[in-house]
Design a protein around this ligand. Structure first.
Ligand code: HEM
Length: 405
């Protein structure tokens, strides 16, 4: 799984669909499905017998007890309703100009050789800090950025992420675990200050304020701690994934000058098609796993409790029977009418766990690629970049390197 694209292509060629694999992060076998009917069944599994929250358990020390990522069942659905409100319709679209400005400022400063993955990590973090968290002065953004880097570094070295079975032992503030705890404390202090300030003096320009307006079924407003956990879920869900998806879009565009030229003509339908096609051929996440607590049948197969099942996003979007010339980056296919059903294009997963930030992620990609269309992009090397795993996402192994000008 270090080279997930080559691995998935290989197992598919050798064993077909479905296929059972083993991963380094769990002892349980995992059955991958990619056909639309089976994918529908996986996404439709009752969360009581196929929870997804447990897969994120390693994040608890950072994500917090209210995190949508960790919850399952009714608690998860309640959290999802609260979190999804700001991501719909006009209210979300109001953030478009801010994202466009940040994208313009970033991309227009580029020259020479650019590692787009590194730059997109900076940009998507900046978008989250300013547009989602509502940090507006530069000092605040710098302070948050510093502790987030430290905290995410700590998350990356959590034993479960590294695939090691270690016991977390706090051996004082200098131990890795101790440093991680301190970074989370510093991060929390800054974030809770921001929440308190926005509660006292709303400015009307952040997703945080829309979260603050939410009320639970008893009409109560969420506590600051609760809001903190929601913001962290958006940071964890939306930072690396968006950066990886955008770096892949640059990697593909630099190698397809005709697509880039057509994008530069400014047709919004074509821009949408480029976003969809980039997410199809180079999805940032390859699988959406669920752990089975009871036996189920999927695609006619009897599956026992105690294993994992997953919709394989990568294979579903590469099926030769559904996507003619499946490996090709050809946005035109989206404008030529008949494209396969929604269950064959699943970069954001599906069912009750479908990506809560999908509309935001697509908007962000559109704004960045709209500016990218104005640049002269060339690949540093002609051959495409290989896919490599970095934490939970799949990235181009040379960082989506491009030459500008
Ligand atoms: C192109 C960028 C993105 C991709 C490819 C992506 C993909 C995904 C996928 C595959 C899942 C798991 C779905 C499942 O298990 O069925 C997910 C979950 C999630 N994503 Fe995203 N995501 C992106 C951007 C974002 C952004 C920008 C945000 C927030 C601002 C976000 C927030 C979340 C959250 C909160 C969840 C957990 C949902 C739940 O458990 O109910 N994502 N994402």
């Amino acid at each position: 799984m270090v080279r997930p694209a080559a691995f998935l292509r290989g197992v598919h060629e050798q064993f077909g669909d479905p296929v059972t694999i083993r991963t380094f992060w769990t002892d349980e076998p995992m059955v991958l499905f990619s056909g639309p009917d089976a994918v529908r069944e996986v996404f439709g599994l009752d969360p009581a017998i196929a929870p997804a929250g447990q897969s994120w358990e390693f994040l608890r020390p950072f994500a917090g007890p209210h995190s949508i990522l960790l919850l399952d069942g009714e608690d998860h659905l309640r959290e999802r309703r609260l979190l999804q409100r700001p991501f719909h319709g006009e209210r979300m679209r109001a953030f478009r100009p801010m994202i466009a400005d940040l994208a313009e400022r970033e991309l227009m400063s580029w020259s020479g050789r650019v590692n787009t993955l590194a730059r997109m990590r900076e940009l998507t973090l900046e978008v989250i800090l300013r547009v989602v968290f509502g940090a507006h002065d530069d000092a605040q953004v710098r302070a948050l950025r510093g502790v987030i880097d430290e905290t995410l570094e700590g998350v990356r070295s959590l034993p479960q992420v590294l695939g090691m079975v270690l016991i977390r032992r706090d051996l004082g503030p200098r131990s890795p675990w101790g440093r991680f705890r301190l970074a989370v404390e510093r991060f929390d202090t800054l974030l809770l200050e921001l929440v308190a300030r926005r509660r006292a003096q709303p400015r009307g320009d952040s997703l945080l304020e829309l979260l603050l307006e939410a009320r639970d079924e008893h009409g109560r407003s969420p506590t600051d701690r609760h809001i903190r956990d929601q913001l962290v879920a958006l940071l964890v869900g939306g930072h690396d994934s968006s950066a990886a998806a955008l770096a892949w879009a640059f990697e593909r565009l630099a190698r397809h000058p005709a697509v880039h030229a057509r994008l530069a003509e400014g047709d919004p339908a074509y821009l949408d098609a480029v976003v969809r096609e980039a997410l199809r051929v180079r999805p940032a996440l390859t699988i959406a796993p669920r752990r089975l607590l009871a036996p189920v049948r999927i695609a006619g197969l009897a599956l026992p409790a105690g294993i994992q099942v997953a919709a394989c996003l990568w294979l579903a979007m590469r099926r030769a029977d559904l996507w003619p010339d499946a490996a090709a980056f050809r946005p035109e296919r989206w404008l030529e009418g008949a494209t396969p059903s929604g269950l064959s294009w699943i970069p954001f997963g599906g069912g009750v766990r479908r990506c809560a930030g999908a509309p935001f992620a697509e908007m962000e990609m559109r704004e960045v690629l709209r500016v990218a269309a104005q640049l002269r992009l060339r690949p540093v090397r002609p051959e495409g970049e290989r896919a490599r795993r970095s934490m939970l996402v799949v990235i181009p192994n040379r960082g989506g390197e491009v030459l500008i000008g």
